[in-house]
Ligand binder design. Structure first.
Ligand SMILES: Cc1cc2nc3c(=O)[nH]c(=O)nc-3n(C[C@H](O)[C@H](O)[C@H](O)COP(=O)(O)O)c2cc1C
Length: 447
């Protein structure tokens, strides 16, 4: 795996040689490229350095030189560059940040790199690596009259495995995925889920001959002409798993911010198993005296929800009328209860305080009660976050707190269960608006 493409690999262009149905793959480094600067003509430099580049070859180009050629090198602070490139922080430990970029890539430091660049400068990922791949492919076709696949690669860590590997972040002229579903294995078993990320596999293989320290930023994969297509193809964007299919979309850092108050829901029903999981999460909250003061009434049926909401509405209207509000004012006020009417499921969190200690004075009894109330808040927060992890929106509203006996009667709650508001649950009808920025400095006293 050294020397000029093809020079040391006789037979490399004979796919299918050897085992029937198998292709023979050669991975060849492209040596002799100069240091790349802004405005460099990569197609010219690469085709000069690889005179043997052939139709059906797949060219793997390290994103760093694409970024440099495209002028994606900025002067200044690495952290500020990461902030600008990241759309979401997925996980953080100390100074290390795993983020999602605009491209949908999840990687450390948004791919911002300070290696192999002048001190005080940082290299960003190409703005649109698929577009970079398309341009390079086109320029090579124009220059040499050959059709090659192009992969722009970058080095990524993996969540569950030690060590990094190269990955395709841009691609053109090749199928980035090879779908084996519907085929059978050698035992005749149908392959149901196998979709090979061939662009990633080729990027990783190319890294074996490129290397980080040997200044070889380009390699050629030869022997997979069946993957090379005449069209640009879907690009490496096809390798970004859609959020809805991603079981690991939330990392440690963004799980809490995923919970937002949702007041508009779709008609899609709520999976009862997700509700059970959320209640199990609620039951892990801290509570005083090793107690478990949380209970939950789950209103799955429309009849149960309507009965509760109608009773609460009547109680609310009576309260407002007693306050001297006009019927118009009352009608306006009670509209605030609408989110619960729209929710396909309601959970009423309830507090039981039978484990509370009794004191001879009001002060300590009040403190005791506060302990149980805040423990209820912790449990409901867990509930709401767990629902959010399952993609469910929620709205915790005060409602039942203002008419506890009425709500308890409407729900037929066991004695001692105090309703603590109500949580509307459902699939969000729209994304939540941006969260207001809150600077911790405004909320803390450091002593
Ligand atoms: C105890 C409690 C009672 C609440 N009552 C209501 C309510 O009656 N109606 C409502 O729309 N939202 C209610 N909320 C939700 C807040 O308005 C919401 O948390 C706030 O707007 C911040 O938005 P976020 O939850 O998306 O961060 C309540 C929240 C809590 C914790």
């Amino acid at each position: 795996m050294s020397g000029q493409p093809g020079a040391s690999q006789p037979g490399a262009s004979q796919p299918g040689a050897g085992q029937p149905g198998a292709s023979q793959l050669s991975v060849l480094p492209v040596t002799g490229l100069p240091e790349i600067g802004a405005g460099a003509d990569l197609a010219a430099l690469i085709t000069d350095a690889a005179p043997d580049l052939r139709d059906g070859d797949i060219l793997v180009v390290t994103s760093k030189i694409v970024s440099k050629a495209e002028g994606r090198v900025v002067t200044g602070d690495r952290e500020a560059a990461i902030d600008a490139e990241a759309v979401r922080t997925v996980a953080r430990r100390g100074q290390t940040r795993i983020v999602t970029t605009r491209h949908g890539l999840v990687l450390a430091a948004a791919g911002v790199d300070t290696s192999n660049t002048a001190p005080g400068t940082v290299v960003l990922l190409p703005a649109d690596p698929d577009a970079s791949a398309r341009r390079l492919r086109q320029a090579i076709a124009t220059r040499r009259g050959i059709s090659v696949g192009v992969i722009i690669s970058d080095t990524l860590g993996r969540a569950w495995r030690t060590g990094q590997t190269d990955t395709a972040i841009g691609a053109a002229g090749l199928m980035p995925l090879r779908d084996h579903r519907g085929q059978t294995d050698t035992f005749g078993n149908p392959l149901e889920v196998t979709v090979a990320a061939v662009a990633d596999e080729i990027a990783a293989a190319a890294d074996l001959v490129k290397g980080k320290t040997s200044q070889i930023p380009v390699a050629i994969a030869r022997g997979l002409p069946e993957l090379v297509i005449t069209a640009d193809g879907p690009g490496a964007a096809a390798l970004v798993r859609p959020a809805a299919e991603d079981m690991f979309r939330l990392g440690a850092a963004d799980v809490l911010t995923e919970r937002r108050t949702v007041r508009e829901f779709t008609a899609e029903p709520v999976d009862p198993a997700a509700v059970r999981r959320a209640i199990a999460a609620a039951l892990t909250a801290p509570a005083p005296h090793h107690s478990t003061p949380w209970r939950f009434a789950v209103l799955e049926s429309a009849a149960a929800r309507t009965a509760l909401l109608d009773e609460m509405l009547a109680a609310w209207q009576a309260d407002l009328s007693g306050d001297g509000f006009t019927p118009e004012q009352i009608a306006r006020r009670v509209r605030r209860g609408v989110p619960l009417r729209r929710a396909p499921l309601i959970i009423v969190p309830c507090l039981v305080t039978d484990a509370a200690h009794a004191y001879p004075d009001e002060r300590r009894n009040g403190a005791e009660r506060s302990m149980f109330v805040v423990a209820m808040g912790a449990a409901v927060q867990n509930l709401l976050v767990a629902l959010a992890i399952d993609g469910l929106g929620s709205c915790w509203v005060s409602s039942t707190l203002f008419c506890q006996p009425v709500a308890a009667a409407a729900l037929g709650l066991p004695p001692g269960w105090e309703p603590m508001g109500a949580v509307g649950v459902g699939h969000p009808a729209a994304p939540a608006p941006p969260r207001p920025d809150r600077d911790p400095d405004g909320f803390l006293l450091t002593l």
